[in-house]
Design a protein around this ligand. Structure first.
Ligand code: ADE
Ligand code: ZN
Length: 326
């Protein structure tokens, strides 16, 4: 069997991607032009040359600057369409898409504009691209628990439009436990819960995400590999990890792909999925992430299919919909 074909063709779900991280330089300049905004970069090539990150924060600085060009519902529609058009070639049949409400409302773009714009694309994703879609609203942890709660209140009239809430942005120094009240309220509202933990931050943050927030999945979670008790717990309870290998290399969370803990996770029986995180910035979409780990670790056809079936099992689709994709 042609394993490299499998990486792209096997039906899969993507469970960890930030829609703002799918903003390709060409669309960024197009949005800047139509909104009369001047980006602090000369052109597309100049912007791409700056995709050389030393850590998570150095990426986030560029990421939040780039998304300033997203102003109208049309911008968000075009952004989501651009993502879907790319991953339809890579076997993606379902996508659970993160967005960062505070990154937009804090600069005067209404939550309704963001949601309306994304939905105008996602409402017909199945018909146009063969991809079912859900939205997950993430709180920016570096803006603190109070602002997260205010953001949740603003989301309350729209909870029918999202499947869950998450926690992202700068991790170290912003432990999950402070967000327990807002996560409790999201749970009461019937939403699924996820959180970035153990990307740059210590294993303790993964424990907190599990035991204090009660999340359904851990985003990244790679530093759990440093704590054998934690890793056994994650494997025992089959808490899915949404791992993003190329992101981890680009943000220097790992020195090289060869030193990534992915094989250790698999060997320990962790329900591991492979995702792109911010595909426009990190050198590839989900298919390129599958290919990169296949090349690096020699995963065969069966192993790649396992990552793909894990992604469907770990999704927030209903049982019938998961069965249809498996
Ligand atoms: N927001 C977008 N990408 C992120 C990442 N890799 N970690 C935390 N927050 C993010
Ligand atoms: Zn992420």
């Amino acid at each position: 069997p042609d394993a490299s074909g499998t990486a792209l063709s096997v039906p899969k779900a993507e469970l960890h991607m930030h829609i703002e991280g799918a903003l390709e330089p060409e669309l960024a300049f197009e949005c800047a032009r139509r909104n009369g905004i001047t980006l602090p970069y000369a052109d597309v090539d100049d912007l791409r040359r700056r995709y050389d990150f030393s850590n998570l924060q150095s990426f986030l600085d560029l990421y939040y600057t780039g998304m300033n060009v997203l102003c109208t519902a049309q911008d968000f529609t075009d952004l989501a369409d651009s993502y879907l058009a790319r991953v339809r070639q890579q076997g993606v049949r379902h996508a659970e898409i993160f967005f960062d409400p505070q990154a937009h409302t804090s600069r005067g773009v209404a939550l309704e504009t963001v949601l309306d714009g994304l939905e105008a694309s996602l409402a017909t994703s199945q018909e146009r691209f063969g991809i079912s879609t859900r939205l997950i609203a993430c709180f920016l942890r570096d803006r603190g628990p109070d602002e997260a709660m205010a953001t949740f209140e603003a989301l309350l009239p729209h909870t029918g439009r999202i499947t869950g809430v998450g926690l992202d942005s700068a991790e170290d120094g912003y432990p999950p436990e402070g967000f327990a009240p807002v996560f409790a309220r999201a749970r009461q509202a019937g939403l699924h819960l996820v959180a970035h933990a153990g990307e740059e931050g210590p294993p303790e943050y993964v424990w907190q995400a599990l035991d204090v927030l009660g999340v359904d999945r851990i985003d990244h979670g790679i530093r759990a590999a440093e704590d054998p008790t934690l890793l056994r717990r994650i494997a025992r309870d089959q808490v899915p990890l949404t791992v993003c290998p190329l992101s981890n290399v680009r943000l220097r969370c790992v020195d090289t792909l060869g030193r990534h803990c992915l094989p250790q996770l698999v060997d320990t029986g962790v329900l591991t999925t492979i995702n792109s995180d911010d595909p426009a910035y990190f050198g590839g979409y989900v298919g390129e992430n599958y290919r990169a780990v296949q090349r690096e670790f020699g995963f065969d056809d069966t192993a790649l299919r396992e990552f793909a079936s894990n992604s469907i099992r770990a999704s927030f689709l209903g049982r019938d919909e998961r069965e249809r994709l498996l």
